[in-house]
Design a binder for this molecule. Structure first.
Ligand code: TYM
Length: 344
């Protein structure tokens, strides 16, 4: 007898993603994630949240956290998310994330979490001093996604492993509780040259909020002068740009600037190289600076305008939370029944 393949998920497509309110957003967050949110909202129902529950896995000043959430919400709006089209909310306003995360803590295996490289990177040598929340962080992330039965998750490259874990958890839950196809196995959307933007000071390190050097990143709130200056100071090499991508082998900084140009302009890296082959950085950098200023410059201004009216941002978040809960609550109700909770 041949074994039957498990039933596949047959529900609708949904996009979900989130960003932690733990510091200034930068070009990597923009190209790896935010720019895709604004595009996808017109294609598939889109849920975008601010991950304040994830943020507290490391210490956050309580008096500042709410404002940090508003800043991320402002960045979402300033980069084109439309609250009438997409559902925008704060994670902590939808308690179903935490309820599902507990069940998933009991589904996921220690060995799976032990493999997570982000925890190892963040904890360094002193993992026993980190919060347990930081360790189970990817389990909460799986709950964020699956509580909406989301099928597509636009993120940067660094989140791929968390998406693999999410699929493992979904699969094991479906098997363990005899519910084939209950949860989808969501896909990470990481395509494109902006999936892994590197530091402007070191082409082998990821552009990151936590890099001590502000010159390593372009912040969404940087003004035109700051953007242009950071690109002018970006580390490069003395060689001209090659004709093809193979010629960028071993030239991490050059490759990064070409990828940023491609991502910001919507062109392929091949097209960028076809245009600038043979030119040095003396020519390329000013062009890149102009492009970056034209795309990023208006975003910071729009964020400042939005943040001047926090009540309006709070209204957007409250409305989004209501819509998100309407979808999350039935999932958790079904999960409680499947698990056999007394309260199920
Ligand atoms: P976070 O807040 O670290 O980053 C937000 C998004 O930005 C992407 N990103 C980058 N993309 C390209 N190049 C870079 N240098 C770069 N740095 C960051 C990240 O990949 C991410 O897409 N765990 C998530 C937040 C989260 C989440 C979720 C995401 C919580 N639950 C559920 C999706 C679905 C995080 O820490 O992102």
């Amino acid at each position: 007898m041949t074994e039957q393949a498990p039933a596949a998920y047959a529900g609708p497509e949904r996009v979900l993603s989130g960003v932690q309110p733990t510091g200034d957003l930068h070009l990597g967050n923009y190209l790896g994630a935010l720019v895709k949110f604004a595009r996808l909202q017109h294609e598939i129902p889109t849920f975008i949240f601010v991950a304040d529950m994830h943020a507290i896995t490391v210490w956050q000043e309580p008096a500042k956290l709410k404002q940090q959430v508003r800043e991320i919400a402002a960045a979402y709006l300033a980069t084109g998310l439309d609250p009438k089209v997409a559902t925008i909310f704060a994670q902590s306003a939808v308690p179903e994330h935490a309820e599902l995360a507990w069940v998933f803590n009991c589904v996921a295996r220690l060995g799976w979490l032990d493999r997570m490289t982000q925890f190892k990177d963040k904890a360094g040598k002193h993992k026993e001093r980190e919060s347990i929340g930081l360790y189970t962080y990817p389990v909460l992330q799986a709950a964020d996604i699956l509580v909406y039965k989301a099928t597509k998750v636009p993120v940067g490259d660094d989140q791929k492993q968390h998406l693999e874990l999410t699929r493992d958890i979904a699969q094991k839950f479906n098997n363990d509780f005899g519910a084939p196809g209950f949860f989808p196995l969501p896909e990470a959307l990481t395509q494109g040259p902006g999936a892994r933007v590197m530091s402007l000071r070191d082409g082998t390190a990821k552009m990151s909020k936590s890099d001590p050097s502000d010159n390593s990143r372009i912040n969404l709130t940087d003004d035109a002068d700051a953007i242009a200056q950071k690109i002018r100071k970006a580390r490069t090499d003395p060689d001209p740009l090659p004709e093809t991508a193979e010629g960028l082998e071993g030239r991490a900084e050059a490759r990064n600037l070409v990828a940023i140009y491609a991502a910001l302009s919507g062109a392929t890296e091949a097209a960028v190289l076809a245009e600038y082959a043979g030119q040095g950085f003396g020519v390329f950098k000013p062009k890149l600076a102009d492009l970056a200023v034209s795309v990023m410059g208006p975003i910071g201004g729009e964020m400042r305008r939005l943040l001047a009216d926090p009540a309006e941002i709070d209204r957007v978040l409250a409305d989004g939370a209501g819509r998100a809960r309407a979808l999350a609550a039935p999932t958790v109700a079904e999960v409680k029944k499947l698990v056999g909770y007394w309260a199920g």
